[in-house]
Design a protein around this ligand. Structure first.
Ligand code: F6P
Length: 506
């Protein structure tokens, strides 16, 4: 049935952006929507402007039909009801329960875990582990990207603890963290859903050695474990009282809200972490309760599907015009590419078109002086998201922010308008799409909503394509081969053998 809708979508006229604005004077009212969060006293919000995309009434109607055919309402209800939506692994996907939205028992369990986490965070702030000035957070993928992003976004100033997030097995990463920490006042957070990931466990061992060699008598006493496998953390040597568990049904790349967010709470303090969860919950409720194209993550997914499947776009760009959100593209790369970079549908049959585009991006205005040439004049059509905040994050002259935002909005306008020239090298084709996400300010609440928006957008895309966004078997083969190399005795292809010999690895 979805083939018929795709056929219809393929047959629709594709007016230019200029024509769309010309034909519909209310286009902005239809495609730019604000969502508010917080209470009346401290209300704040985010504007989602999708008006500079090629979505029009006909496409929206057809995409709404696609959503119906793909049982969007049913799959969304299953997500929030804690049903087994990750069918290949037989699991629910209950990240929203961490924010208080979902199946009652799961919400309750998440609240209990948060309660314990808050108590531990506050006790450490009060000195329960002695003086703690530094925290080395060791994790990788979903156990590192979220904390790194959130801390960079929200705790650049006035952090209660100096947090270093270390993910790479390359010892240079850990050494850099050591260089910035005093062992006597450093604690470790070992973050791993499975507590088996080789990079994390190897880095954690080395961090313990560093503490011991630098005069800490009981390095294990400085460790907090953040995991869905507490028994493995105990086996490894962490005292039960310092294990912060989370549920197996929270996926790695969706785990920032669980105890994986411990370093964020350590840096910000619990009240701000709670606000971050509340901001995400506001987006959860919007996503759960809003139908059709008024649903912002679903609307964004309509745009994503339009560009990927109807216009052949193989990538999507994300440019944060805010230094605090510089790590957002990295975070979204895992969220979107690990979730939707698949070739089969939920039932195992081949996907019926391209799936996740390559997510890439950077920070504005830097990227303007580096890669925007291709956005404006290259042969690849790249749909772009611009993300910015009305309030600056610094105390310098407002001129900085004025120039920053002027440039952000100028890029969207220029991509759309283009510019004719008799000299082909100087001509801009225009009609290039962008969406703008404009935060009132970067606060724990707006930031939480922004991240939750992208989680739901990723899920909505998966539903429209009929794929399971919650497994990631594609990462396994490389891990298996690395293990075979470690163990020795396996013969590989001549190129790999030669590289191993050159590096003296076997
Ligand atoms: O290898 C991919 C992956 O499983 C990610 O999905 C996950 O976020 C990351 O590794 C880390 O896993 P863990 O938290 O179990 O150490």
């Amino acid at each position: 049935m979805s083939e018929a809708v795709w056929k219809k979508l393929q047959g629709l006229d594709k007016p230019t952006l200029k024509a769309l604005f010309g034909a519909d004077p209310d286009r902005l009212d239809t495609f730019a929507t604000r969502i508010d969060m917080g209470d009346e006293e401290s209300s704040t919000g985010i504007l989602f402007d999708w008006s500079k995309t090629h979505l029009d009434a006909a496409h929206v109607a057809a995409f709404e039909e696609l959503a119906e055919v793909m049982n969007f309402d049913g799959r969304r209800a299953a997500l929030f009801d804690g049903e087994i939506v990750n069918t290949t692994e037989g699991r629910a996907a209950e990240h929203t329960a961490q924010r208080g939205v979902g199946k009652e028992e799961s919400v309750q369990l998440a609240a209990e875990n948060h309660h314990r986490m808050a108590a531990i965070v506050e006790a450490i702030h009060r000195g329960a582990m002695g003086e703690v000035k530094h925290l080395i957070h060791i994790g990788i993928g979903g156990s590192a990207l979220g904390p790194a992003l959130a801390i960079d976004a929200l705790a650049r100033e006035g952090a209660l603890v100096d947090v270093h997030v270390v993910s790479n097995i390359d010892g240079c990463a850990l050494e850099q963290a050591f260089a910035g920490c005093d062992p006597a006042t450093t604690m470790l957070a070992v973050a791993s859903k499975t507590f088996t990931t080789i990079e994390t466990m190897t880095n954690a061992e080395s961090a313990l050695i560093w503490l011991r060699e630098n005069g800490v008598e009981d390095p294990y006493g400085r460790v907090v474990a953040l995991t869905a496998a507490p028994e493995k953390a105990i086996e490894w040597g962490v005292d039960e009282t310092r294990i912060l568990p989370f549920s197996e049904s929270v996926g790695g790349r969706y785990s920032l809200w669980s105890s994986i967010g411990f370093p964020v709470a350590m840096a910000l303090g619990w009240p701000d972490f709670a606000e971050f969860l509340a901001g995400a919950a506001a987006m959860d409720e919007h996503f759960r309760d809003t139908d059709g194209m008024a649903n912002l993550p679903l609307r964004a997914a309509f745009g994503d599907q339009y560009y990927t499947r109807l216009r052949g776009c193989q990538t999507r760009g994300v440019f944060a015009y805010d230094e605090r959100l510089a790590l957002l593209p990295d975070y979204l790369q895992q969220l979107e590419m690990e979730s939707n970079g698949k070739s089969v549908k939920v039932d195992g049959s081949p996907a019926d078109g391209p799936t996740a585009p390559i997510t890439w991006g950077g920070v504005g205005t830097d990227a303007q002086h580096a890669v925007f040439q291709l956005l404006h004049q290259g042969t690849n059509l790249v749909p772009v998201d611009f993300i910015a905040s009305i309030m600056p994050g610094h105390d310098l002259a407002f001129e900085h922010h004025r120039i920053l935002l002027s440039n952000c909005f100028a890029q969207g306008a220029a991509l759309m308008a283009g510019k004719a020239s008799e000299d082909p090298a100087r001509a801009y084709p225009g009609d290039r799409p962008s969406a703008t996400i404009l935060l009132d300010e970067v606060t724990p609440a707006t930031f939480g909503a922004l991240v939750a928006f992208h989680e739901h957008r990723t899920f909505a895309n998966a539903v429209l394509m009929g794929i399971n966004p919650f497994d990631q078997f594609g990462v396994e083969l490389g891990k298996e081969i690395a293990k075979q190399i470690e163990q020795g005795g396996t013969k590989f292809d001549p190129s790999t053998e030669a590289l191993l010999a050159l590096a003296g690895i076997n």
